[in-house]
Structure formats: structure tokens, C-alpha cells
Design a protein around this ligand. Structure first.
Ligand code: HEM
Length: 393
């Protein structure tokens, strides 16, 4: 089982064959070594994510211990109803479909600027020069972070994301210490901005969150801060990796890349398929608050249940030819954004970012091709490239 235990600490370059092996052993499988359940079937993943007695609060796990150097409570992400319901209702009052739709022209403009600069160079690192900075600027502008703070903002977010590891606990002490430092600095910085907006509201999300009210209730100061940090951590590396993994998959499938170029109307369905094919979040976690039976297995109260979204997305019972990339796939009931009450709050924004970035890149550069060896990150939760060199002409 060493490969399997390894999966929880160090995601292999191609984890999908191992996911298949696991799913064949059991769609809901207890790992003796790791003392965790792994859920790799699609139907079973949905059952866990939708179950009202599956908690997102990892302190309910019997084996829970605060990570030595860094252990962040991620606000509503790690909360259950009724606390989760209240916070989600409040953030949705501020982060509305209209706000997200309103970002479209600015995202288009940023993509054009990045690709103009890239065109002059002819070759870029897709992550460092495009997929990385784009969502960071979008999110920083959305929240209302001034341009001079945006570089630091992205660095803090990336460091924290590298240290957050709730299911497998594989973070090294150096990563944990760096995560805590970044968290302290980001918290202090956001605190200053919140104080400014409290005095002088602007047309940004922090001001809207300050004003958001539901049933006579508002966010407390701490809740607002945690919400901004959650949006940062949940919304940044994920969108980076949608663009990175998406382009990586297209480069590995030149016929599909050509298909998207010839049939641009496929763009939205292509984005869904790229999310399914190589999901930016591979692993999520839940803890049963009572014994729950799924697929003939009893998941006991207090045990850790790892939901392998990346494996569920390649389940042959849910997808025909699951290992094929098919940009026209329909239906496509992938779980890359999760499911149930914690379904990704930022999905509409991520879809606009992904479609604009990948759509424009493919449209403008018919010569798009790999230009060197890509580097993958090995975090078991977050799948993406640290470097993806591409040639544009
Ligand atoms: C392609 C990009 C993205 C992917 C693949 C993704 C994936 C996910 C997944 C799988 C979950 C559920 C986790 C669970 O149930 O344990 C989630 C939740 C969440 N996401 Fe995303 N996400 C993306 C982009 C974003 C963006 C851009 C934002 C915000 C600007 C965002 C904000 C959130 C928040 C706040 C939650 C927690 C929702 C809750 O607890 O109710 N995400 N995301």
C-alpha cells in the first residue's frame, strides 16, 4: 500500500492510474496505514458531499491535532450548518452573480494585456507570466486591494495554500512556519484595508461585505477577515491551476486543441471537460458525525474521509471513456467544484477566468506548443504546474 499512502503526501505526476487501482479495490476504501477512508467512486463521492451528517469541521476527526506550525480555521469552509448557512447567505449578498458578470470586461482587458506582452516575447512560462498573475489581480481588484499591495498579496496566498493540508497532514514544518508567517502578514494587511473601508466605503467586495446584512445580522470583524482570507486561499491557486492544467491537457492532446480552435463555440463545454479531466482540487475531506453506511462500508463517527474528486471525475460508471479528453462531452456531471452545501462559491468567476484565458490563448496563437519540461507541484490537495513553458509562434 506504499503507493497509496504516498498519494496522501506526494501526488505523483500522473495520479490517475493509481486512482483506478484504488477504485477497483473499493469505491469506499479504508486505508490501514493512513487510518483514513478514501472515496474514489463518483456516486459515492456525491453521497458523502451531500450527506447532512458529513461534517466539514475537521476538529471532529478523532485523530485531529492542530498542525504543529500552522493550522488555520478556514471560516465557513470548515463549518457546518447553521453557522455555515448564515455566513454563506451573507457572502452571497455581496458576491452576487451581477458582481461576477461585471468583472468580465476587466478580465478580458487583463487577458489581452498579458497576451500582448507574451506575443512580443514569443515564449513564456504559462504559470509565471499568465495563469499565475491573472487571477491574483482579478481577486485583489475585486476585494479592493490597492495595486501596490497585489504582489505581496499573491505571495502570501501561494505560501498559505502550500501549507494548508487538512486531510493528509503532510506539510513539512518549514512549510507550516512559512504558512503561519504569510497568514500573519496577510491578516495584518487585510485588517488595515478593512479599517480603511469601514471609514470610507468604495465599490469593492470588502465594502460590500461590510454592508451585507441578512435577517438583521452582519459579519463580525473576525468573520469578515476570515471571509477575505478564505476567498483568497480558495480562489487563487485554484483558478491558476484551471488555466495551467487546462492548457497542459490541451498541449498533450493536439487534436482536441485543434478542435477548440476550429469550433470556438465549444469553449464553455471545453472548460467543464478540462475541469473534469485534471481537477485543480483533487482531494477534499469530511468527518461523519454519526456512523454512516456508503457502498456497504460503515464510515464511523469521527473517522477522516478523503473524497478524491480527481478520481470521481474519472469513474467509468459516471463518464464514458473517462480517460479520454473530449471537449464536447455531454453530459458532464464532474465534481471539480464539489457538491452540496459547500459547492464552490467562486465557480462562476472561475469559469469566466478560465474561458477568457484559455479561449483567447487558443484563438490568438495557432502555433501554441510546449517549449520545455513542465514542473508539477506535488501537494495532494492542489494539483497544478509550478512551471509550464510554452511557445506561441
Ligand atoms: C477552477 C477554480 C476553482 C476550483 C476547481 C474550486 C474548487 C472548489 C471546491 C472543490 C470546493 C468545495 C470543497 C469542499 O466541499 O470541501 C470549493 C469551495 C469554495 N470555493 Fe472554490 N474553486 C475554484 C475557484 C474559486 C474562486 C475563484 C473562489 C472565490 C473567489 C472560490 C471560493 C470558494 C469558497 C469560498 C468555497 C467554500 C464554500 C463553502 O464552504 O460554502 N473558489 N471550491
Amino acid at each position: 500500500m506504499s503507493d497509496v499512502d504516498g498519494l496522501l503526501t506526494h501526488l505523483p505526476e500522473d495520479p490517475y492510474p493509481l486512482y483506478d487501482v484504488l477504485r477497483n479495490k473499493g469505491r469506499v476504501l479504508w486505508l490501514d496505514g493512513a487510518q483514513r477512508w478514501l472515496v474514489t467512486g463518483h456516486e459515492e463521492a456525491l453521497a458523502v458531499l451531500r450527506h447532512p451528517r458529513m461534517s466539514s469541521d475537521r476538529t471532529r476527526w478523532d485523530g485531529y491535532r492542530p498542525a504543529p506550525g500552522y493550522d488555520r480555521s478556514a471560516g465557513m469552509f470548515t463549518m457546518d450548518p447553521p453557522g455555515h448557512t448564515r455566513l454563506r447567505g451573507l457572502v452571497q449578498r455581496a458576491f452576487t452573480a451581477r458582481v461576477v458578470e461585471g468583472l468580465r470586461p476587466r478580465i478580458q482587458q487583463l487577458v489581452t494585456e498579458f497576451l500582448d506582452a507574451a506575443e512580443k516575447r514569443g515564449e513564456i512560462d504559462l504559470i509565471a507570466d499568465f495563469a499565475g498573475p491573472l487571477p491574483a489581480i482579478v481577486l485583489a481588484e475585486l476585494l479592493g486591494i490597492p495595486s501596490e499591495g497585489q504582489l505581496r498579496y499573491r505571495r502570501w496566498a501561494t505560501t498559505m495554500m502550500g501549507a494548508i493540508d487538512p486531510v493528509s497532514h503532510a506539510t513539512s514544518s518549514e512549510q507550516a512556519a512559512a504558512g503561519q508567517r504569510a497568514d500573519d502578514e496577510l491578516t495584518a494587511y487585510l485588517g488595515e484595508i478593512i479599517a480603511l473601508r469601514r471609514r470610507d466605503p468604495r465599490p469593492d467586495l470588502i465594502s460590500a461585505l461590510l454592508a451585507a446584512e441578512e435577517s438583521g445580522q452582519r459579519l463580525t470583524g473576525i468573520e469578515l477577515l476570515e471571509m477575505c482570507i478564505l476567498l483568497t486561499v480558495a480562489g487563487l491557486e485554484t483558478s491558476v491551476n484551471l488555466i495551467g492544467n487546462g492548457v497542459g491537457a490541451l498541449l498533450a492532446h493536439p487534436a482536441q486543441l485543434a478542435r477548440l480552435r476550429d469550433e470556438p463555440e465549444l469553449l464553455n463545454s471545453a472548460i467543464e471537460e478540462l475541469l473534469r479531466y485534471d481537477a485543480p482540487i483533487q482531494l477534499s475531506g469530511r468527518v461523519p458525525t454519526e456512523d454512516i453506511e456508503i457502498d456497504g462500508q460503515t464510515l464511523r463517527k469521527g473517522q477522516m474521509v478523503g473524497v478524491v474528486l480527481g478520481a470521481a471525475n474519472r469513474d467509468e460508471r459516471a463518464f464514458t471513456d473517462p480517460h479520454e479528453l473530449d471537449l464536447g462531452r455531454s453530459p458532464n456531471n464532474h465534481v471539480a467544484f464539489g457538491r452540496g452545501i459547500h459547492f464552490c462559491l467562486g465557480a462562476p468567476l472561475a469559469r469566466i477566468e478560465g474561458a477568457t484565458a484559455i479561449g483567447e490563448l487558443v484563438r490568438r496563437f495557432p502555433g501554441l506548443r510546449p517549449a520545455g519540461k513542465p514542473q508539477r507541484r506535488t501537494n495532494p490537495h492542489v494539483r497544478g504546474f509550478t512551471s509550464l513553458p510554452v511557445a506561441l509562434r
